[in-house]
Structures are given as structure tokens and as C-alpha cells.
Design a protein around this ligand. Structure first.
Ligand code: 13P
Length: 341
């Protein structure tokens, strides 16, 4: 295995003041987002939207890499340049989601296990030939009465470790994404407890599978209360709890933690990342964003599928990316939101 290439990709993705755009919405997810904004959902509109994002002027100043979906990595710009080549030309690293969504774990179970190990080696080598340099696999964990179950934790983390092993074997940097979902009435303390448990099991499994810890990135939720919880938290509290969780469970060999936004508002995701960067200055890991919704919600709303709105939507995307870049450096202030675009 060319370990040095993987480690180099990790460092490039973590370049100072840059983060990752998650543009890897699967068919059902993109459909849901497009319907919310009355945008027609088909191959052409998916491609037009991804081109809007990828071709935003100056975006390479703030975005180091893009996670694509299977359809996207095979699509081209209007001028016929395949997206991975187009991104590379702009000095943005192409990446790909390699899990294939989730399915019900057991009959009557409320847990959803990740799919995608079948044929994964073949798909990894195909993606590598298409220009991908890194991959992502998401496992989701619900907090609820008696959830997550021990059996599910065992199985879903085993899949994450197997994926990471195969990705490294195919010389692609894995982004290991265990997401403890925000949906529910749970408290920050519940989120901290479950996320800690998930992380401690994952690192046991990764070590057992002999995955190179310096050759992966961890993509994780911040420690926040559930979206239906009454609890209110400041960014400083989110940062304190998140760092406590990472210190307890993440080995220092892991080069970086890239956060998902998980349903937080755009502004909360930025403020919370900023507080983590400030409080985590002396930690062994680099911190940055790997946001989907928190980089795209207002972009989609502005674009609304209309060619005449592309430029304004790109300006909004550039602004959101710049603010998250500032946050990754701990230099974001709420007043920055008022800046003209
Ligand atoms: P969100 O930032 O919208 O949570 O998406 C990130 C992601 O990659 C989910 O898999």
C-alpha cells in the first residue's frame, strides 16, 4: 500500500483554512432537497446543480475536497469535462461516497445498517480510475429507548472498519463517518454518552483490522441536544462536550476530525465549529468542516432550479464557505454574517 499517498491526501484535505463540501446526496436525498425547493429532480438538474457548486469562482480558497455521489463522479460539466478532472484542475480533491445507503437492521428493528460491502473492492478501483483520491462511508446511530443496541453497534462499526481497510488497500483515503443522529428529544449528555460509545468501539475495530490510523479522517457529529429537546446550548458548551468526547476516544494518530452539520442551521454549524477550533487549539487533531446541508441550504433556496439565479447562488455558496473557513481557524464572528456578498 502506498501509505504516503494516503497520508498526503489527508494533509491536503486538512489544509489550513479549508474544509470539505459534501455533495454526495444519494438519489432519495437529493430528491427530497429538490422537492423542498420546487426543483425538478432528474439527471440534468442534478448535474446543473453540482456544476453550480463546483464552478463557483474562488471556491478553491476555502474548499479542499468534494465528496461526490456515484452519479456525479460520472457526470461532466457543460463543456464536457468530467467532474473529477474539473475539480482536480481547480486544485480541489475529488472524493466519493462508497456506501450504498441503509436498510432496516432486523425485522421490527428501529435501527438502520449501512449497505455497500458487496462488490466494494471493484467499485473502489473503478472510482480510483475515475480520479477519486478519497472515499466516505456513513454509519448512522439513533439515540432512543434502549438504542443503539449492542448487537447493532457491533455490526455497524464492523462494517465501517472493513470499509476503511478496503479503501486503504485500494490507496484511497477513507473518511470514516459514524453519525449519531440529531433526531429526537435526547440531551447533550445522551449524545455525549452514545457518541463516546460508538467511537470507542470503532477504534477497537479499526485497530483489530489493522487500519492505519494516520491514513484516515474521522467525520463525526458535534455533541448537541436532539432537535426536539428543550435543552439550549451555547457554542462553548458544544465545544467543551465535543472535545471531551474526542479526547476520551480518538487516538492522537488520527490527523483530523471533519464535522458533519447533521441538521444544524447554517449559522449554528459555523458558530459551533468556531468554538471547537478556539477551545481545541492545543489538541492533537486538525478540525474542519465537511458539511452538506450547512453549506447548501441557502444556495439551493436561492438557485431554485433557475439559470438566472446561478451567480447569486454561487456568491452565497462562496460566503458560507468563507465563513466556515474562518470558523475552522477560530476567527469567525457573528457580525461576519452581515457582510455583503
Ligand atoms: P450534513 O452536513 O448535511 O449532515 O451532511 C454531511 C454528510 O456527509 C452526511 O453523510
Amino acid at each position: 500500500m502506498a501509505k504516503s499517498n494516503i497520508i498526503k491526501t489527508a494533509q491536503e484535505l486538512l489544509a489550513k483554512g479549508k474544509g470539505i463540501l459534501a455533495a454526495d446526496e444519494s438519489f432519495p436525498s437529493i430528491k427530497k432537497r429538490f422537492i423542498e425547493h420546487n426543483i425538478v429532480d432528474n439527471e440534468e438538474s442534478h448535474s446543473a446543480y453540482r456544476e453550480l457548486l463546483f464552478s463557483t469562482p474562488e471556491i478553491e480558497k476555502y474548499i479542499s475536497g468534494v465528496i461526490m455521489f456515484d452519479e456525479t463522479i460520472k457526470q461532466k460539466t457543460d463543456e464536457g469535462v468530467p467532474f473529477p478532472q474539473y475539480l482536480s484542475y481547480r486544485k480541489i480533491i475529488p472524493g466519493i461516497k462508497v456506501d450504498q445507503g441503509t436498510t432496516q437492521f432486523r425485522e421490527l428493528s428501529d435501527e438502520k445498517i449501512t449497505l455497500g460491502l458487496d462488490g466494494l473492492s471493484e467499485r473502489l478501483s473503478e472510482y480510483r480510475s475515475l480520479g477519486a483520491k478519497f472515499t466516505k462511508w456513513r454509519g448512522i446511530f439513533n439515540i432512543g429507548k434502549d438504542l443503539p443496541t449492542e448487537e447493532f453497534l457491533e455490526e455497524n462499526t464492523k462494517l465501517l472498519a472493513e470499509y476503511a481497510f478496503l479503501s486503504q488497500k485500494n490507496e484511497l483515503l477513507p473518511i470514516v463517518e459514524p453519525e449519531v443522529l440529531m433526531t429526537g428529544i435526547h440531551t447533550s449528555a445522551d449524545c455525549l454518552e452514545t457518541t463516546s460509545k460508538v467511537l470507542s468501539i470503532i477504534f477497537k475495530k479499526l485497530r483489530k483490522r489493522k487500519v492505519l490510523l494516520s491514513g484516515l479522517l474521522l467525520k463525526i457529529n458535534m455533541i448537541v441536544p436532539g432537535d426536539q429537546s428543550e435543552e439550549k446550548v451555547t457554542p462553548e458548551i458544544v465545544a467543551k462536550n465535543t472535545l471531551e468526547c474526542l479526547i476520551k476516544n480518538v487516538p492522537k494518530e488520527v490527523p483530523g476530525i471533519v464535522f458533519l452539520s447533521g441538521g444544524q442551521t447554517e449559522q449554528d454549524a459555523t458558530s459551533n465549529l468556531n468554538a471547537i477550533a478556539v477551545a481545541g487549539k492545543k489538541m492533537p487533531w486538525k478540525f474542519t468542516f465537511s458539511y452538506g446541508r450547512a453549506l447548501q441550504n441557502s444556495v439551493l433556496r436561492t438557485w431554485a432550479g433557475k439559470p438566472g439565479n446561478v451567480i447569486l447562488a454561487q456568491q452565497i455558496f462562496l460566503k458560507r464557505s468563507r465563513l466556515n473557513s474562518l470558523a475552522s481557524l477560530g476567527k469567525y464572528h457573528l457580525s461576519d454574517e452581515q457582510e455583503e456578498i
